[in-house]
Every structure is written in structure tokens, then in C-alpha cells.
Design a protein around this ligand. Sequence first.
Ligand code: FA5
Ligand code: MG
Length: 397
Amino acid sequence: RQSHLANTLRTKTIFRREFSTEVKDAFNNIPQGIKDLTSRKIYKTHNHPLNTLITKIEDFFLNKKVSDLQIPGEKFKLFQDFDPLVKVKECFDDLGIPEDHVSRRVTDTYYHNKEIVLRPHTSVHQIPLMKLQGNSAFLVVGDVYRKDTVDKTHYPAFHQMEGVRTYSLKDIGAKDIKEAKLITERDLKQVLENLARNIFGDVEMRWVDAYFPFTEPSIELEIFYNNEWLEVLGCGVIHNQVMARAGKDINNECGWAFGLGLERWAMKLFDINDIRLFWSQDDRFINQFKHGEISKFKPYSKYPACYKDIAFWVPSPVSDDTFNENDFFYLVRSISQDMAETVELIDTFTHPKSQRVSRCYRINYRNMDRSLTNEEVDALQVKIRGLVETELGCELR
Ligand code: FA5
Ligand code: MG
């Protein structure tokens, strides 16, 4: 049997971590459950739908005409072995993400310490890779981590593929940098539309204006899935500041970058209706797939769910500083791990006299891989109730 790896963009380049991770400080907020996910490497697991998707995308960039722009000597490379622990400086500062941007908060990002985070996006690798000689077109795959809300399309650990293509005015026959950027933007859309058609066949998609500090202009692509528009990637023309930091001549070179949510693509492609399934260790999941083949996922009976409500008074005066909902989600997740399927606000109430605000959340517990016992769920709920008081300063009702 011929190995598909014979025909591959994959490089063996690994950046050795050049910093020590010995120091932990008050910023450290990576729970064991998340740390465990960093070693799973599901995107490299044979037969896993993410692995098949990556191979399909790789095939597009290797063997298909990606767009009308044909750059002599260009060859896309794929990197997929970079450590998810990265420097705050590379992840945020170098990409022009402001000091006070929400994504930097400890409520949004997993910090190892003040200077080191679990990457929240693969964009962290753009500049270091652009700096390497001969890297004018590349892809980077990696696991990324965010303290996001949990639902069917969001999970605190997911996978992105970054793509970058840069060229000089001469490469693309542009008379000045202004014209070059227009060509770049057109090229970007063409490549991604071609990619989406290559992967999905006929698919409904639309472009939406967006904002990223490291691209200008910035756009997002949405595809129609389960009667909704689902955001599947963010992208744009690489910002001058980023080009300059990567050692490029901003009067003569430009390019585009995209960051694609691999699970979202795989959900559509394989009909996987819940993002948590990608992490399932239940054989009924992985046994349905065969490497390189696209098949539709057949849902197997889920283990029963069980919900519990929790109501509490939030500290007054009510503000993001006194009660941040993400802190609550984070707390629920760190206690329950994968077992909190959804956490939704079902009621808020302002006391007419005291003006105190009460919130009631419904936590839906379910384990993908086994039945939960009542005792177990109660124990989780008791823990969460305790921490809502001691950690969040809320008063239980
Ligand atoms: C970014 O992460 C940018 N770095 C993308 C980018 C790269 C823009 C290069 C410009 C140039 P965003 O936060 O929108 O952007 O995430 C990109 C994609 O990841 C989203 O479109 C979505 O498909 C996916 N995604 C985001 N959050 C989650 C989540 N919690 N679970 C699953 N997928 C997610
Ligand atoms: Mg987005």
C-alpha cells in the first residue's frame, strides 16, 4: 500500500522551547483537565476525522490550483509539531493585540505564568515562520485553548490551521503596494473559496467583515450548517506592522493569512453535530471513521443527561469586575470537566427594594462516554455551589 505521506507538505521542523516553564505564579490557571488534553494529539490520531480533514486540506495545497496567481517556485509547507505553550509577547504583543484586549484576560486565556500561555490561536506562529528563509507559503496546525463557553460548537480546546502566503510586487505583477494589496485580498478570497469547494463540494458560504489587529482588512467566512451560519475562519491581508516584524519590506512585499477552525469544518464534513465528540474516548466514535475517507457520523445513543439549577445573588454593584460570567463558566468547567454539556442563564431577577441582582443558571450534565450517577452529579453541584461563594463572592439562594 502506498503511503500518502510520500506525497506530503509536512516538515519535520520543531521549534525547541527557548524558555523555561519552571516558574509558576499567580497567573497560573491551567486546570489538570486541560493539561491532560495537551497530550492527546487527536489531530494526529489515525482514523480521526480531524486527521483526515488535515490530509484533505494538505492535498488541496499540494496538488490543486489554489488560485489564479501562480508564483514560480512556491511550495506550501505544513508544520504541525509546535509546542502549545508560547510566549505572551509572541502571541499578543507582536501581533499588535492591545494590552487591554479581552483575549488577554485570565478569564479568557490559559496562563502558565505571566509570560507564558497555552496558545489561543495558531497566529502566534506567523512571524517566527515568516522570518525563516524560503517560507513564503505555509500552513500550521495546532491545538489551541480558550476559556470559552461550552456548547455544541465551542469547546475550550480545539484546533486551528493557520495559512500564510506572501509575495513581492514582482511576483504578482503589481505596479505599487496599493494595487498589490487589492490583488492579495482577491487572491485570499479565491484560495479560501476554492478550498471550501474542494472540501465540501457545493456549499453555501458568505463573507462577513471582521476585525483582527494583525490583518487589514479582515474578514470571516461563514458556511451554512444545520440551518445556521457557522463561522469557520478568520483572515485578512497581513498588517504592515506584522510584515515589518517578520523582516519584510513593506513597500515591496505583502501577503495574506487565515486561521481556520478545524472542528467547525469537520463538523460540516462528517456531520458531527457536537464538538465535544472529537475528544470522545468511546470506541463508538473513532470506529466509525477510516483514514482518508469522508463518511457521515451516525449518532449513537447518548448516555442520559441530568440538569441542576443554581441560583445566587451576584455581588453589588453589578459590573464586569464584580461578577464576570466567564469566571462562573470556568469554575463549572474546571469542576465538572467534560460533564457540563451546557450552562445557560435561565433567569435574572432584580430585587425591587435592595436592587440586588440574582442569576439562575441551569447546568446540564452529561458524560459522552458513560452514564453519570446521581451521587456523582450531586457531588459536582455541591462543589460548584461552594466555590461560587468562596471564589466568586456570590451569595447562594
Ligand atoms: C483567530 O483566532 C485569528 N487568529 C484568525 C486569523 C488568522 C485572522 C490569521 C486573521 C489572520 P477567531 O478567534 O475568530 O480568529 O478564531 C478562528 C476560528 O476558530 C473561528 O472562525 C472558528 O471557526 C474557530 N473557533 C473559535 N473559537 C472556537 C471554539 N471555542 N471552539 C471551536 N472553534 C472555535
Ligand atoms: Mg471570529
